[in-house]
Design a protein around this ligand. Structure first.
Ligand SMILES: Nc1ncnc2c1ncn2[C@@H]1O[C@H](COP(=O)(O)OP(=O)(O)OP(=O)(O)O)[C@@H](O)[C@H]1O
Length: 226
């Protein structure tokens, strides 16, 4: 059975700036992320990994080519279906862990008691339910990154895109975060795409793609549907 295509990138390119100052962050790259995929995108700093992830998330528009989400909704529905974990947790200092986790649900208009239930489930999945009442300044960097993941999981996304989620953690904390990410994506039956420099992270994911100077190299040549 073919997995559903959550994201299809067809010859996408993204250039920043114009004229002599233009930087081509992503050259024509094509890929398909199917349901249930576990994909690492590895590559050196500046190779275009974050830009590609942002294109997959719909946070950036390609300057060439197309990104489509055949199996996801559109508009607000798609925004809920795609969860993005950024390199730094970016928690709101005045809100406690529980309130930070709930914030995207508040913005999306998810009402109580569903909201509280989703937040409790996400914090439990990440093993940080005991931190619910703490402020960001009272928790460690590794715990803050877990909160950032919980905040995304509370959306119950079908596609989780994580941009170097372990980049600011030591190896042990990075592995624990990855364990939690893999457990959570299993629990939600979501697909996972992780950009990383970290070999220990790459080895944990079944599918390994690489980026080099803005070009994506997938393990299997993608067959983009016409
Ligand atoms: N908003 C932007 N404006 C101008 N140039 C940008 C912008 N974002 C990225 N770039 C450039 O595009 C190229 C690719 O950057 P990108 O952040 O996608 O790479 P990366 O592989 O994720 O790097 P890292 O691993 O260091 O995060 C780099 O040369 C970068 O300087």
């Amino acid at each position: 059975m073919n997995p559903e295509s959550l994201v299809v990138c067809d010859d996408v390119a993204r250039t920043y700036g114009t004229g002599p100052a233009a930087v081509v962050a992503v050259h024509g790259s094509s890929c398909i992320v199917g349901s249930g995929a576990r994909i690492a995108i590895a590559g050196p700093s500046g190779s275009g990994k974050s830009t590609l992830l942002h294109l997959m998330a719909g946070l950036e528009r390609p300057t060439r080519g197309t990104v489509s989400w055949p199996a996801l909704g559109s508009g607000d529905e798609r925004a809920q279906d795609i969860g993005v974990v950024f390199q730094s947790p970016s928690l709101i200092p005045a809100l406690d862990v529980s309130e930070n986790t709930a914030l995207p649900l508040v913005i999306a208009g998810v009402a109580e008691p569903d909201r509280a239930q989703r937040v409790a489930e996400a914090l439990a999945l990440l093993g940080i339910d005991q931190l619910a009442g703490k402020l960001p300044e009272e928790i460690s960097g590794g715990q803050a990154q877990r909160v950032a993941v919980a905040r995304v999981l509370a959306q119950r996304p079908r596609l989780l895109l994580a941009d170097e989620p372990t980049g600011q953690l030591d190896r042990a904390a990075g592995q624990r975060l990855l364990d939690a990410l893999l457990d959570a994506t299993d629990h939600l039956a979501a697909a996972l795409v992780v950009t990383t420099h970290d070999k220990a992270v790459i080895e944990r994911l079944e599918t390994r793609w690489t980026m080099h100077e803005g070009r994506l190299h997938t393990t299997i040549a993608p067959a983009v549907p016409s």
